[in-house]
Every structure is written in structure tokens, then in C-alpha cells.
Design a protein around this ligand. Sequence first.
Ligand SMILES: [Zn+2]
Length: 158
Amino acid sequence: MKITKDTIVTLTFRATNARGQVLDDGKTPRAYLHGGYGNTLPGIEKALEGQEAGHAATLVLAPEDAFGERDESLATTIPKRDFPAGVKVGGQLQGTNEQGQQQAFTVMKIKGDTVLLDGNHPLAGQTLQVALKVLEVKPASAEEVAHGHAHGAHGHHH
Ligand SMILES: [Zn+2]
């Protein structure tokens, strides 16, 4: 069957960034609910629409089709005295952004009395290369559509 809205797609994908860093080795199959549920990258959904099991492709995904462009307003600094103890460079802390929403910030650098934080996804602004293979396509159950994600061995467990 073809990949259309409300199908469960099981696939493997090997993702690398522009520096050749391997982000996902593609050894573990994953299942996602197709049709704009935000289960996978927008560029993967676009490329797979209408395809069938056995389809293989290598995609180059611009940031807008992957983890989005960087938003420099999410790069911020806080005084070191406001910094929770025990958090190190490379670690994450929860904060609130300008819209008042919860946001995870990565600790980028500690410089004197100032801590540099970045609320962007670590892969924001990066172009990714994704080699993918579709293993299986099947209709989603009513429960999967209601939950907005795939269940089963390679999907969401709960
Ligand atoms: Zn569920």
C-alpha cells in the first residue's frame, strides 16, 4: 500500500550532518504515523508521500525540512549566581522562553560570571543527509490516530 495520511510507516534511516557526524546509524527500525503529526522530520514526510514498502532514497534535508533554522533569540546569557549547581557545559536545564513556554536550554559556555545558554535544538540550522529505506506500510488503527503516534514494536510503548 502507498504511504498516505494515517498510515504507519516502518523504516530505517541513517542520518549524518554536514560534518559527516553520524546522528542515527539506521540499524534500528522505527515506526511513525504519517500525515503531519510531527512524528518525523517534515522533509522525510514530504519525500515518502505516495511511496511504498521497499522504497529507498538518500535525501539532503535543508534546516527547514529537518530541525528548523536557528533562532538567535533563544541564545541567551544568565549570571552565574542564578545558575543551578551541578549543571555542566553541554548539560541541559529547563527554563521559560519569552512566550512563557517551557524550553530546554543547552549550557554552551561559562565565561567569567556569565553563563551562555542556547534554547535551539542542537541540530537546528544544520543540513542533514538521510539514507532511508521503507520496510513496511500499513493502515493506522483508530487508537494510533487518536494518540497521534505509532504503537507496536517499533513505535510508542505505553
Ligand atoms: Zn499511544
